[in-house]
Design a protein around this ligand. Structure first.
Ligand code: IDP
Ligand code: MG
Length: 137
């Protein structure tokens, strides 16, 4: 059993896609173990995206992810990390297959609707950045 951190990013929230995205995970057989709407701080955003610090798009990324509320959730299930990444589609929506979340709802790499942890280590770090143990069911 794995847990992964998923964010419906501010563009996904603005487009009223929270329910649609959660439904795709649930229908696949994955479970919501924690869920909340939050406007994240710059500090929290920089920690979340620490691996990208120094890249040319880093400041833009932090500005965007803090531009409005995100729907933060822990998705749990067998191989949840990979299953969620596959459901999300490729990072650049132009390469995401239709049928994936990004392939259906996004066109721009900077505004690609959804985040999902890319491995067990990042999932553990990212979950701690968003949820206390008491918030996880
Ligand atoms: P991921 O979200 O698919 O894991 P990452 O490589 O971890 O992709 O990048 C984090 C986020 O940063 C992406 O979802 C995307 O929104 C943004 N991003 C990645 N590469 C670029 C880029 O070259 N230009 C602008 N934004 C980018
Ligand atoms: Mg990533």
């Amino acid at each position: 059993m794995q847990q992964t951190l998923v964010l419906v990013k501010p563009d996904g929230v603005r487009k009223n896609l929270i329910g649609e995205i959660i439904a795709r995970f649930e229908r696949r057989g994955l479970r919501v173990a924690a869920l909340k709407l939050v406007k994240i701080t710059k500090k929290q955003a920089k920690f979340h995206y620490a691996e990208h610090d120094g890249k040319p798009f880093f400041d833009e990324l932090v500005d965007f992810i803090t531009s409005g509320p995100v729907a933060a959730m822990i998705i749990e299930g067998e191989n949840a990390i990979k299953a969620v990444r596959r459901l999300m589609g490729a990072t650049n929506p132009l390469d995401s297959v239709p049928g994936s979340i990004r392939g259906d709802y996004a066109l721009s790499i900077g505004e690609n609707i959804v985040h999902g942890s890319d491995g067990e280590e990042s999932a553990a770090r990212e979950i701690k950045n968003f949820f206390t143990p008491e918030e996880i069911y």
